[in-house]
Design a protein around this ligand. Structure first.
Ligand code: ZN
Length: 308
């Protein structure tokens, strides 16, 4: 038995303009390989009950792993959920009502698209000149500018993306639909997975006012629970790094009724984990999970040695 939980955090399976990969085929194949690996070498447990067990001091099976997916990319329902269900593995899908309704633009994909199809050979943003003359340079620039935009509040960030789009003068196939709608998201429940909240419109919470954060946390939980007729007890902080949420955010998440919240801070969850700051390891469909598991095993071994 074990008192550690490795929570893996996925986004899309097939490459997107923001989360790169080799090819759609490589993403699908890679994910199928990962699922075979997880079945053979780990015990995949449902996130919510595993966190409740940890919090209550109940042991988990050895090499316990929980699977999570953020944002509601289309391939989560067309590829990930069916592959997982066929293997009998549960997962939790963190959804954004604004994306399900197609009322909130997904800024990072719009920015990635604009950089990928830029027709200018350079772009200046906040005094820094970025080379956009080759695919590699455009990716690098997208990454750096995207990181800078994370310092803005949601409204200013969208304005910045529109401004950058103008400067990059992109020409190419339209972005197309990348995210699930409300109906398609029911696939997760039909296949036995869980639906959780990733806020109403995916702002970076630490950049927003207290009342705006409170609304994002409470309204998304209520809307998802009412629509899917299921309790929604777990939150994933958008972006999820230490600087992307604050002590205020954690307090508001508790007030909004969440039992647990997951971050993107890399660590294993254990008995001492704060319920509203559960660490996760971000991966994609082409990540070598063997390496992730080995890293996790090293962490546990170090802790045991220190205790001995
Ligand atoms: Zn997200």
């Amino acid at each position: 038995m074990s008192r550690r939980l490795l929570v893996l955090g996925y986004h899309n399976i097939e490459p997107s303009y923001a989360f790169y990969g080799t090819t759609p085929e490589a993403g699908r194949r890679g994910f199928e390989r990962q699922v075979r690996f997880l079945r053979r070498w780990t015990n995949v447990v449902p996130l919510r009950s595993a966190l409740a067990d940890l919090a209550a001091g109940r042991p988990l099976p050895p090499r316990a792993v929980a699977l999570t997916f953020d944002d509601g990319y289309l391939d989560n329902a067309t590829v990930a959920a069916p592959v997982l269900s066929a293997a009998g593995l549960p997962a939790s899908f963190f959804l954004v009502p604004g994306f399900l309704s197609d009322t909130t633009p997904v800024w990072w994909e719009q920015l990635g698209w604009a950089f990928a199809h830029a027709t200018t050979s350079e772009v200046t943003w906040e005094g820094v000149r970025h080379d956009t003359s080759s695919p590699g340079a455009r990716r690098q620039a997208n990454h750096l500018v995207g990181d800078a935009l994370k310092l803005l509040d949601a409204q200013d960030r969208l304005a910045a993306v529109a401004e950058l789009r103008g400067r990059l003068a992109p020409e190419g196939p339209p972005l197309g639909r990348q995210f699930l709608d409300w109906d398609e998201a029911k696939t997760f429940l039909r296949l036995g997975h869980e639906i959780e909240s990733h806020t109403c419109g995916h702002p970076i919470l630490s950049r927003e006012t207290g009342p705006a954060q409170a609304h994002e946390l409470t309204a998304s939980r209520r809307e998802l629970a009412e629509h899917f007729q299921r309790p929604v007890d777990v939150l994933a902080y958008p972006n999820g790094r230490a600087q992307d949420y604050s002590a205020t955010t954690v307090g508001l998440a508790g007030e909004a009724g969440y039992a647990f919240a997951v971050t993107t801070r890399t660590a294993l969850a254990g008995p001492g984990t704060e319920p509203l700051e559960v660490p996760r390891v971000l991966v994609d469909a082409e990540t070598d999970l063997r390496e992730v598991l080995r890293g996790a095993a090293r962490v546990v071994a170090r802790r045991l040695r220190r205790r001995a």
